[in-house]
Ligand binder design. Structure first.
Ligand SMILES: [Zn+2]
Ligand SMILES: [Zn+2]
Length: 263
């Protein structure tokens, strides 16, 4: 059994047929999904979804792409959202200097404010970091009381992975690790400590090999990413799935009886 630790079930392409998507996930052994809401409206939708699906858990925050568009009292609203018991973490948040869809000052301000809130509510943090490693690390170091921090869709260099681990943070890998050109990332996947690694699809994006052309990507496909990492680490897929699942449960403090409650 596996958990997709990061997907966007409320995104176009998945949301309209979410029952099918979750059914296919369950058939592939992916019994739980953590859906990431990238803004306040998205969070409402994600919470509605998790209300009817006990195996869907919510993470809510302001994506750096959305940082420029937040309203005046966005932080008060976010506090209310993340106080709900089915919101297990804040995010994805961080800095994206690759796309720069929001100006960097807004990205930095919204990132910092969310880290303050995460510290206050004592919930974990999911980081989105693109070509901004040093600035993200510097910012995080201002918040030493954060509960747990994961760099989602890690695709960086070994040096960056080592810095993240040394700071006590976690890494999560997507289908990018399965791509032919990702030999260096597979090296990173091999050396990550067994208790600090998670897997995700980031669906509807980033379909892994051997289904890379599939659009949209969906949670069932996390099995391909898990198989690739297991192969690199020289362990069975079952063994890797067990450790990744245990890690995800521990990182997010997920309830442990959800899969069993499910018919
Ligand atoms: Zn992201
Ligand atoms: Zn994402």
């Amino acid at each position: 059994m596996l958990i997709d630790s990061h997907c966007h079930l409320t995104s176009a392409g998945l949301y309209e047929r979410v029952d099918d998507v979750l059914h296919r996930a369950a058939e592939a052994g992916v019994l739980e999904c953590i859906t990431i809401a990238t803004g306040l409206d998205d969070a409402k939708r994600a919470l509605e979804l998790s209300d009817s699906k006990p195996n869907v858990h919510v993470v809510a925050g302001i994506h750096p792409h959305e940082a420029e568009k937040v309203g005046k009292r966005w932080d008060e609203e976010l506090k209310t959202v993340v106080a709900q018991p089915d919101v297990y973490a804040l995010g994805e948040m961080g800095l994206d200097y690759h796309y720069d869809f929001s100006d960097r000052a807004s990205q930095a301000a919204v990132f910092r404010r969310q880290l303050e809130i995460a510290t206050d509510v004592r919930k974990p943090v999911v980081i989105h970091c693109r070509e901004a490693h040093d600035d993200v690390m510097r910012t995080l170091h201002e918040f030493p009381l954060l509960v747990n921090v994961v760099f989602h869709c890690f695709t960086g260099a070994r040096r960056e992975a080592e810095e993240i681990l040394a700071a006590g943070y976690w890494l999560s890998l997507t289908g990018v690790v399965t791509f032919k050109k990702s030999a260096k990332l597979r090296e990173v996947a091999k050396m990550l400590p067994a208790d600090r690694i998670m897997v995700e699809t980031d669906s509807p994006y980033l379909s892994p090999e051997p289904v890379r052309s599939m659009r949209p990507n969906e949670p069932a496909n996390v099995v391909h990413t898990a198989a690739c990492i297991a192969r690199e680490r020289g362990i069975s897929i079952e063994e890797f799935a067990a450790l990744a699942t245990a890690n995800t449960r521990r990182f997010f403090s997920l309830p442990c009886d959800v899969a069993r409650r499910r018919p």
